[in-house]
Write a protein that binds this ligand. Sequence first.
Ligand code: ATP
Ligand code: MG
Length: 561
Amino acid sequence: MKFSKSFIPTLKEVPNDAVVTSHVLMLRTGMIRSLGAGIYSFLPLGYKVVKKISEIIREEMDAIGGQEFHLPALNPKEIWEETGRVEAFGDILFQIKNRDYVLAPTHEEIVTYHARKALKSYKELPQIWYQIQTKFRNEARPRSGVIRGRQFLMKDAYSFDSSYENLDSSYQLHDGAYRKIFDRCGLKYFVVGASSGAMGGSGSEEFMVKSDAGEDTVAYCESCGYAANVEVASSKVSPKERDAESKTIYEISTPNVKSIDELCVFLKIDEKECAKSRVVMHDNKVVLLLMLGNDEVNETKIESILGGTVRPAHPEELKEITGADAGSIGPVGFNGRILADLRLKDANNLYSGANKNDYHIGGIDLARDVKNIEYVDLRIVKSGEGCPKCNKMLDVFTAIELGHIFKLGTKYSDAMGATFLDENGKENPLIMGSYGIGVDRVMACFIEQHHDEKGIVWDKTLAPFDIHLLALNLKNQTIAETSEKVYKELQDAGFQVLFDDRVDAGAGFKFNDADLLGMPIQVIIGEKKMKEGKVEVKIRKTDERFDVEIEKLIEFLKALD
Ligand code: ATP
Ligand code: MG
């Protein structure tokens, strides 16, 4: 491809609405342009990469027996009503105003619709159906470029099996395919998951990459590979040691002391001697949550322990239930359910609120002074704590989800009545799995991981072109002729070449563009070296440079592979 005839609108400046590196670089390299919040046009250079990623995905999905579909993005709403997901998706679902259609945010309903009509016998199972299709989600905060778009490309796959055992196999096949896909794409990723229960049907794993642009926070152990969303992560962290002797309980006047930090300063004590209380409402019942020091409560853990939603008690409720305002609440004398974090198990000589404004209590022995206390893991884990598996150091950071594999079980087949006849002629719901990869996200994440201050650094696998050929002074007749000849020879040898043949662009300008666009190899044709019958070959990743005889160029480049 000749640069002079291509539409590659590179930008020198950083566009001011872009913050995340991949977003900046995709705009600057002319791979994408914004059309509205969360809506992007892929320009030719960007679309080349999308196609390369899609091809890798196709190859690996076909290798596990996947069959490619192309399902409509425009879906009759009534199908979505069968599963109740019009409500479940809420505002995320794009609905067509004057028609009963929705724009598909995913395709479980549609594959189940087809499976219900078509898959009738165990003999037709298993099936793996996939597609690479545009999805629509009215994301509340589209940002970070294509990482969170309102329209984006997803590879979504669905498996149909006759037993949970077979679902396990389909799931494993996808797990393997995903690893191959992300490895081939050159991504450094890790897998976060809840392993499936004994009965299967509930396992789910997320393939993630570490990134400041991420909206998920994960705890990861470099040493053993333990990875979990902080919502469910646990860690090894020392409990409050129980002192040999318990003091007697006593009340302390603590005027205007509200936070743990203020209490520590006021009493000259350590935060590890304090138990912090929070009151929440669950099903109209009050629950007191007790944490050591400034440990933070993990909302997801609370909700899974209590089941259902939980909300903080309002100030009036607090006053009515405890007799005090937030900051003076404590477990002693508290009338209701108490959940304490495991770090506090049977701790003694603690300070906590007295359920009386401006007072605290010291010398609390939880085993002695607080009845009906339940000890559970309530904490949000922090960086530097011990890995729950190997005890080495956990790292907590933000990450982006690249892909997701999920054992759906019979959620959709039950709701939509998609059944098959088993070996005994008995009707059973199809057992399903669902598996997604964000294609645009793979591209953005690659760039997040492979760039330097000058621009993108592509690997051969995803690079839009193998070689960036730069001819420096095309007004020079010999250079013009030689570079045309080299361009042709490289193409004949099977290389994909972007030939910067712009006559009026200066050398510096061309070098900058080549580094920004980031093809793995640059072949530079300039007057000085050409006089010796040579060209310069530059490796973008390492900045290594070689002077290569023109006659031996193809041979040299082939050897680099
Ligand atoms: P997230 O938590 O990031 O919103 P999700 O859990 O909603 O992701 P899934 O429904 O599992 O995502 O979709 C499968 C894949 O599609 C994701 O792993 C991700 O790579 C991609 N994806 C999801 N939402 C978007 C989006 N708004 N823009 C780009 N890609 C997306
Ligand atoms: Mg989402």
